[in-house]
Write a protein that binds this ligand. Sequence first.
Ligand SMILES: [Cu+2]
Length: 491
Amino acid sequence: MRTKIKSKGFFLSVLLLAITIMSCGEEGKDSSENKLVASNANIPVTLEMEAELTSPPNVPRSVGRRKAKKLIVNMEVLEEEGEMADGVSYVYWTFGGSVPGSFIRTRVGDEVEFHLKNHPNNKLPHNIDLHAATGPGGGAASSFVAPGHETQFSFKVLSPGLYVYHCATAPVGMHIGNGMYGLILVEPEGGLPQVDKEYYIMQGDFYTSGENGDKGLQTFNMEKAIEEDADYVVFNGKVGSTTGDNAITAEVGDRVRLFVGNGGPNLVSSFHVIGEIFDVVRVEGGSMINENVQTTIIPSGGAAIVEFMVDVPGTYILVDHSIFRAFNKGALGMLKVTGEENKKIYSGTQKESVYQPEIKGDKADMAMNTKKVEKEAPLKNRAERIAAGKAVYAQTCFACHQANGQGVPNAFPPLAESDYLNADVDRAIGIVLNGNKGKITVNEKEYNGIMTPQNLNDEDTANVLTYVYDSWGNSKRDVTPDMVKKKRSSH
Ligand SMILES: [Cu+2]
């Protein structure tokens, strides 16, 4: 559609429009949009300035009322080793040293003079395709650059919206899969409405030589990438980029705007913030506005702008609601909101009491039967108890502490080789029985989360802890139902 604008057809339609404004109605929305974009091509630029570039989660200052300018973008490609997850490293290919790459903020009518510099220490040639640019390859054809070289091209920014840029050098999927993507925002004349907080979040999927959690330096795995079998799905390039101390923040009453992109290379994101409703979504980063949205879809190579007011303090979790990606592959971030409670909007737990419905008829028999079975076959030997504990773990603890007890950085502490666990068995029993909140330090890292009571009986509690102590380099000690019973009654 946009190429049409620049063709003769466009001039013809302008001519027609000049002759009769009535024709506008017949040609419909398409032509009025074309007219707008075409007139953006004629916005004059006067001064020149260097673009402010920021790494995630930050964004440059808004354009506000500034006039269109010649905007000079100096972007450096860096191939650098970074951390994918705790103890897992990866050689990222980046625009500007971060994944996603530096955020570029422009307005319609800007004439972007793009300088792409390929650092001499890099090993490969790269280029850039900006979805905000109109022209062959979005700039890719003009920006191919070898290590130790710089290329320059320029483009006129025609259409407002939030756009992805990425490397388009063959094999394209590999360059994108190694982190070569970012966002470029084109604000309309006069800028987007002012908000209190703005952040830059971009999802990406990664395919590594080892499995998720395998330590050490990981390399790109082409077969898994082709199968779309991601080991990591993350926000801002790594597991935990936006959790714990790295969480983005706001205060009660703030209006928050998230510029959310998806670099892919493969997966479509179902972007959701747990505990919030998006007041406004600029769908696919374009001009269409949707309101009161729970989850918005962000295609690979696409973006969305979401906005919401934060009314109640607390931690809001950003996820790809394809939820195993969030809890098992890393697509999880946090927005921490501080300020006054508002009990009218959210009460917190008002009451907690025992719920024990009367069991009648068949169900009662069944319940008694199970009890009988439990009594008839007590698990005496250690191997049996560990096996039973493993099953409890898979049902109850796994979601937070993860399959191999490795936890989730800044969110859920590890149970594997946990100094905290091994130091005090009585305390560990207490945590499983009663939950835990407040700051604790596990293996020199601080956690400040909430573990709820697990509602397990003495037997299951003993078994799961015996399993945990027996696994992943822990101290191998036994936890018996009697120990649990004693702890329970001492409470
Ligand atoms: Cu590249």
